[in-house]
Design a protein around this ligand. Structure first.
Ligand SMILES: [Zn+2]
Ligand SMILES: [Zn+2]
Length: 343
């Protein structure tokens, strides 16, 4: 039986175009005790491959974290399948705000040590002892409270293009780093302040809130379902939207617009812009913000060096990058001395 992808991204893209059907992009996660992650992984792959699901899914002993797309017409079938797995019955699905049929081009279901790379090896705290979940209404009220400290639990390149008004946005590359920074900054306010946190879909706050409670914070709150669910509730109930700019997402879309504000700027010329791209040089692939004019002038590259490289014959480029790994650089870096306007 085929348990892995056979099609390349290009072949998949062509198939999606040919099918001409609308796809639905969504995400979900669940912390749960998974006895045999490999078995679950294979079960998911076999069934989702059959349903034409594409995406990036992590399975671990601590649960599942899934970001995917599927043909819209198969949604009911997909939901029934999820409900057939006891710990995923009625799991909340975060439906993307801006849809794109090509958000994912492969189905990758991976067994990992953890479902979020949190860098925490501290087994002494209880992950299930998490903060209070709040919905959009409660969240809007909480963040106006002068005793509240609002913290963005995401990384620098995510909060750069969008965040809540008055949020603390740690300039960090990893989740682990922001945990430490926040704890240090707020060490004298563990009892008198309300620590309110948010992330993309809520998963990082599940861990972070439990971590801070473990560290002695008394009033810990987390935005349930993250920015995605917040936006859905704001639209559905006509609430005031307190989020500025774009919500960064980890698929081909890179971001979905939540408000018309553009809070970032082009990393090359400095003008207002919040479009993330990856450098066209395969060996670089740096994630950065680039406006249309700079994209044209720089031929979609981050630097003159990369511009030179993409003009070389393909074989020569391949030879140059032999032995160098850039896997995952796509979402990890976002910092480089060649970017004049990256603050
Ligand atoms: Zn520019
Ligand atoms: Zn580059």
């Amino acid at each position: 039986m085929q348990l892995y992808n056979k099609l390349s991204a290009k072949e998949r893209e062509a198939l999606i175009e040919k099918a001409g059907e609308d796809r639905l992009t969504l995400s979900f996660y669940k912390y749960a005790h998974v006895g045999n992650p490999q078995l679950l992984r294979d079960h998911l792959f076999i069934n989702w491959d059959r349903m034409d699901v594409l995406g990036r899914i992590y399975v671990a002993k601590e649960g599942i974290n899934a970001q995917l797309s599927l043909p819209a017409k198969r949604f009911t079938e997909f939901k029934t399948f999820l409900d057939s797995i006891s710990f995923l019955e009625n799991v909340r699905l975060n439906i993307a705000i801006e849809q794109d049929n090509k958000s994912f081009l492969k189905l990758k279901v991976k067994v990992r040590h953890k479902i979020v790379a949190d860098g925490l090896n501290d087994e002494t705290f209880d992950v299930t002892n998490k903060g209070q979940h709040v919905d959009a209404v409660k969240f809007n009220a909480l963040i106006e409270d002068p005793d509240t400290v609002l913290v963005d639990m995401r990384n620098h390149y995510e909060s750069e293009i969008g965040h809540f008004k008055n949020a603390v946005t740690p300039d960090v590359d990893t989740f682990r780093d922001s945990l430490d920074i926040i704890e240090k900054d707020l060490r004298d306010h563990k009892e008198d302040k309300k620590l309110v946190m948010y992330c993309t879909g809520g998963i990082r706050c599940e861990k972070a809130s439990a971590y801070y409670k473990h560290k002695g914070f008394k009033n810990v709150y987390q935005l349930e379902g993250g920015i995605i669910e917040y936006t859905r509730q704001v639209n559905e109930k006509g609430l005031e939207n307190k989020f500025l700019g774009k919500n960064f997402v980890f698929d081909q879309r890179r971001g979905e617009r939540i408000s018309e504000d553009i809070i970032a700027r082009c990393h090359q010329c400095g003008k207002p812009c919040d479009t993330h791209v990856n450098c066209a040089n395969e060996a670089c692939h740096l994630l950065f913000i680039q406006c249309d004019e700079c994209a044209e002038q720089m031929e979609n590259c981050c630097s003159a060096e990369c511009q030179d490289i993409i003009k070389l014959p393909y074989e020569e480029q391949k030879r140059l990058r032999a032995g160098k790994k850039n896997s995952n650089k796509i979402f990890k870096k976002g910092r480089s001395p060649v970017l004049k306007f990256k603050s």
